[in-house]
Design a protein around this ligand. Sequence first.
Ligand code: HEM
Length: 494
Amino acid sequence: MVIEVLFLSITLIIIIFSLHRRLGQNLPPGPRPWPIVGNMYQIRPNDFRLLAKWSHIYGPITSFQIGSSICISVSNPHLAKEVLKNHDQQLANRHRTIGIARFSRNGDDLTWVDYGPRFVKLKKLCGVELFSLKNLEAHRPTRENDVSIMIDSINEDYCGKVLVVNNCLKKTMFDIIASMIFGNSLASSNGDLELKAIMEAQFRAKISLGIVEEVWWLRWLSWLKDDENKWIQSRNHRFFQSVITHKKENQNCSTHQNNFSFLDALLSRREEYNLSDNTISGLLWDMVTVGIGTIVAALEWAMAELLINPTVQRKAQGELDRVIGEVMTESDIPNLPYLTCVVKETLRLHPPTPLMLPHQATTDLNIGSYGVPKGSRVYVNVWAIGHDPYAWKQPLVFRPERFLEEDVDIKGHDFRLLAFGSGRRMCPGAQLGMNMVSLMLGSLLHRFEWSLPEGFRAEEVDMVEMLGIVAYKKIPLEVVPTPRLPMHGSSKDG
Ligand code: HEM
C-alpha cells in the first residue's frame, strides 16, 4: 500500500511539474502531449510527413513532446531562415540519441559534435583535407573511372533484364567514397567487406531506444535494450582501430598525390589538430555513412521520377547527346543546365535528409513570436518546405524547367531549397554531392534508356519513403536498362 501511494505521488508530481513547465514557456501550438510519454504515441522518429500534416493544423511552427523533451518543427522558408541564419549559433548543437552517441563515440566526430571551438576546428580540417576544390579535383579521375566501371557492368550483366538500381549505386558509391577516405588500403586488406558488414548491421540497428531513453527517469533502463548497438559499436571500434594502426605502420608508402587519402591527411595533422584515434575513427565513419547514404537516396529518387516522367528523361538525354562525346566527365556538368535542374527538382521533392540532422537549442530563444526553451530539439522540415504551395508553383509536379525559369541556389542561400541545409552546420559535402549525383545520373541516362519491368505502369511506382535520418525509397526501384549508344569499353583502365 505504501509503495502504491509513493508511486502515485511521484507520478502526480512529474505530471504537475511537466504541465507547469509547458505552460510557462509560450511554446508554439501543437498536438496535446500526454503525461510522461508526450506525443510518442502519435509520432515515430523522423516522421516528416506527419510533421508536415501537423503544420497544416497548428501552423508552420509546431511544438510537440517526445517523452520529456520539447521538440519544435518549422516548415516554411521564413522560419527556416530564423533557425538557420538569425539563430544559427544558438541552434547549432546536435541532439544525440543513445544509439547515435554510441556510433559517434559520444560526439567525437564532425556530424554529432556539440557546437564550439572543437566543432569549428574539425569542420575547417575536413573542409581543407577532404572537401576543398583542390582535393575534389585530385580524386576526380577515380570517381569518373568508377562510374564508367558501373556503366560497363550494367551493360554486360543487365541489358534487357531487371536491375535493382540501388544495389549498383551503393556498390559504386562505396568504392568512390572508400577510395577518397582510405586510399587503396581498404580493398587490398579485404577491409571493404568488413566495413560493408558493419554499415549494414548499423543500418538495421535501432538508433532510438524509444520510451526508455526519452523519459529521463527511465533512462537508467536503457542498458537493457542497448545490447545490439554495443556489439556493433565494438566491432566498429575494432575495425577502425586496425585500419588506423595498419596505416600508421605503412604511412610512408602513400605520399603519392593520387593515393593521398583523407586518412593519410588526418594522420599527418593529428598533432596540430589534437586528433585522437577515436576522433579519426569518428571522422572516417561520418564520411562513409553520410556520404554514401545521401547520394544513393538522391539518385534512386531521381531515377524513379524519370521513369514516371519519360518526357523529362528524353529531354535530359537530348541535352546529354548534344554535349557529351563518348563518356561523360565532371567537367561536362556546367554545360548540362537541364540535368542540373533535374537534380535540383529531385532534391526539392525528395530531400535525402527530410528533417536535416536534428539541431538543439543551447539557450532560451524566440522563433517567430514563440518561445524555444534551452535544450529543445529543433527540426527544419525541408521536405515540407519543398512541397509548400506558397513557395513553389504546382509544388507536387516534377517539373525541372522551374529552375530554368528561376535560378534557385541550392547551397544554403535560398531558404526554399535546403537539401544541404544552411549556416554553420550546413553539409560540407554539398559540392561533392552535386557532382556525384549529376555525374552518375548523367552517365546512366546517356548510356541507357530506362523503363519499368514488363507489366508495371508508371502510376504503380511506389513513392513512399522509409523513415530514417536518410529517407530511402521504401520499396527498392526495379528498372530495365536498354543501351542507347554503342559501347566503346568506357572505363579508362579497361
Ligand atoms: C546529395 C548528397 C547530400 C545531401 C543531400 C546532404 C545533406 C546534408 C544535410 C541536410 C546535412 C545537415 C545540415 C544541418 O543539420 O544543418 C548534412 C550534414 C553533413 N553532411 Fe551531407 N549531404 C550530402 C552529401 C554528403 C557527402 C558526400 C558527405 C561526405 C562525404 C557529407 C557529409 C556530411 C557531414 C560530415 C555533415 C555534418 C556537418 C555538420 O554537422 O556540421 N554529405 N548533409
